[in-house]
Design a protein around this ligand. Structure first.
Ligand code: GN1
Ligand code: MG
Length: 369
């Protein structure tokens, strides 16, 4: 193993002796290990390396995470939740109370409880999972409605500033650092054809119609823990990017990953389709949890938000391909390009079904208000 996780783990207040250690999860940025500790009982923890090239200030990431989990924990307890530790992440400190350990190579590590008896999914296996995931993210949004976004750091500035992402993409096309531009002219044109849509949500925010909220900013399906027995979406994880943001980017990002049964890097583009039945479950779940608190412009852009964030993430994959794969982890040659093509196919499928998607939103928003 590349890291001395055993040594790293010794800096946190974990109980018992480390017995088993394995790489965990499918994230594109951080490295996560699940560790089993045994004393008179056995308990699992997660040790996670925060990628400090992406998160330039890990202390600020932890400060956000600590504040948000404390808020969620408090609200869950006050609402009578007997076991908040199943519905909210719990950070494990060092003996001096700090939440980070910097190893001898300059890597930053944190430790969390590993919630047991749960499952995660990279793709939806059945419609109820879409409903459950949306309800979990909707609940997360609802519990954070009274938490001021001003209390949080912008840990990755302009994270979902689609127009600035677009400008960066154009710069990279111009520089063509690794000589790949000529191979992807069709994909580049696809993005240029969509430029006019990239400002829509930020314009609405500037006009005062979309409020700044505390948002998750990485609402992939696999960031929801499902209870292994009941199938309920019980906990939202991966709080690295919790920041001030627009709720629509969160809803849209969930649609991107949970309204299709194809993986984000599926190369058979015939399989990459927005499934209206799954979209229906997502709208229903999200509005069940938080619909009555959303503003008019949030409700009326639910369908659009899915197209926008799918375009944005596809653009980020293509940009990374053009930069020589320096940001997202890749596992094969052309991986980022495969991902970008996949996302653009999904945008096309959403565009083809835009009226039907709007119809679904209309149907459920009547119940939400
Ligand atoms: C990254 O590492 P992971 O899978 O949690 C990325 C997200 C993208 C996602 C695409 C900090 O998330 O923004 O939507 O990949 N996280 C960061 O799958 O850039
Ligand atoms: Mg993430």
């Amino acid at each position: 193993m590349q890291y001395d996780v055993r040594e790293i783990a010794s800096h946190f207040e974990v109980e018992g002796d480390l017995q088993e250690l394995e790489p965990f999860g499918s994230g594109h940025i951080n490295d996560t290990f699940r560790a089993r500790y045994v004393s008179d009982h056995s308990h699992d923890y997660l040790h996670q390396r925060i990628n400090h090239h992406v998160f330039k200030s890990p202390e600020k990431v932890m400060d956000n995470m600590q504040k948000v989990t404390a808020h969620l924990w408090d609200k869950l307890s006050k609402a009578g939740e007997k076991d908040p530790g199943r519905r909210c992440l719990r950070l494990i400190p060092r003996p001096d109370g700090g939440l980070l350990h910097k190893d001898s190579d300059g890597n930053y590590w944190r430790t969390m409880d590993c919630i047991s008896g749960v499952e995660t999914f990279d793709t939806v296996q059945k419609p109820d999972q879409a409903y459950q995931a949306a309800r979990a993210f909707g609940r997360f949004q609802r519990l954070l409605l009274d938490f001021s976004p001003n209390e949080l750091h912008d840990t990755i500035p302009d994270f979902h500033h689609t127009p600035r992402r677009f400008n960066r993409f154009l710069e990279v096309v111009e520089i063509d650092p690794v000589g790949r531009v000529s191979e992807v002219l069709g994909e580049i044109q696809f993005l240029k054809d969509h430029q006019f849509e990239t400002t829509r949500l930020l314009d609405l925010h500037d006009q005062g119609e979309l409020p700044l909220r505390v948002t998750h900013n990485d609402t992939k399906l696999n960031n929801v823990l499902f209870d292994g027995e009941t199938g309920e979406g019980i906990c939202v994880v991966d709080l690295d990017t919790v920041m001030p943001g627009l709720a629509l980017y969160d809803f849209g990002d969930l649609v991107r990953t949970a309204a299709t049964t194809a993986a984000e890097d599926e190369v058979d583009l015939g399989r990459v389709r927005m499934d209206l039945g799954l979209f229906r479950e997502l709208v229903r779940g999200y509005l069940d949890a938080v619909g009555s608190h959303l503003e008019e412009a949030e409700l009326s852009n639910l369908a659009f938000s899915a197209r926008l964030i799918t375009l944005e993430i596809g653009m980020r994959f293509l940009t990374d391909h053009l930069e020589g794969d320096i940001y997202f982890k890749t596992h094969r040659e052309g991986h980022n390009l495969d991902r970008a093509r996949n996302q653009f196919a999904l945008v096309r499928s959403m565009e083809a079904q835009a009226p039907e998607m709007e119809g679904v939103v209309e149907e459920f928003r009547a119940c939400a208000s």
